[in-house]
Design a protein around this ligand. Sequence first.
Ligand SMILES: Cc1cc2nc3c(=O)[nH]c(=O)nc-3n(C[C@H](O)[C@H](O)[C@H](O)COP(=O)(O)O)c2cc1C
Length: 202
Amino acid sequence: MKKILINFAHPAKRRSKINAALRDAIADLDGVTVNDLYSQYPDFHIDVQREQCLCENHDVIVFQHPFYWYSTPAILKEWQDLVLEHGWAYGSAGKALEGKLVFQALTAGGDASTYQPQGFNEFTIAELTSPYRATAKLCNMHWLPPFAVMGVHRELADEKVQANAEDYRRLMMAIRDDRFDVSQAAQSPLLNHQLDNLIRRP
Ligand SMILES: Cc1cc2nc3c(=O)[nH]c(=O)nc-3n(C[C@H](O)[C@H](O)[C@H](O)COP(=O)(O)O)c2cc1C
């Protein structure tokens, strides 16, 4: 069984609809640890040793967050700057993250059509999240494309929230239980693009 760490970053949880629902859908799963960064570090004083220990004790690292300014909430940048130390995460002696799976679970106000060369936002989600991909490569991790819930600007229908929360739970269970086709998933634009094709039955 794989152990999954969710580094959860939402600065205004009480106003969150979709991230709260995604998180609630997986929080009770065996093998899944939710690490709520804004609750843990309201002053941004990140405990590097605690964070490195958590990473070392899990096989899969997920960064779950709303898409803010085509990127992440600020604490995730601080987390990267402090936790991904030379000699631990990268460099000739930095092997702590080697071989671990990593991906983002993000929610974006803009819908999928806006994240196209001809769309309102011009750049694709793959382009905008490429720093995470480059970081994964530097740290010798197995990068996967994001699980992305798009078009959450307008009042998000409860059915859509529920369907995405169920997909997120199915994804986590499949990864945890080694029923997820990682190499096919790596070729997919988004992890939740054709989830049924990526998950093997128990
Ligand atoms: C500070 C801020 C910046 C945002 N930047 C973007 C953005 O760059 N692209 C986008 O599609 N949505 C953007 N949004 C919309 C959020 O992604 C959206 O509100 C969030 O995913 C909803 O998730 P929640 O219900 O968990 O809060 C932004 C929202 C805020 C508050």
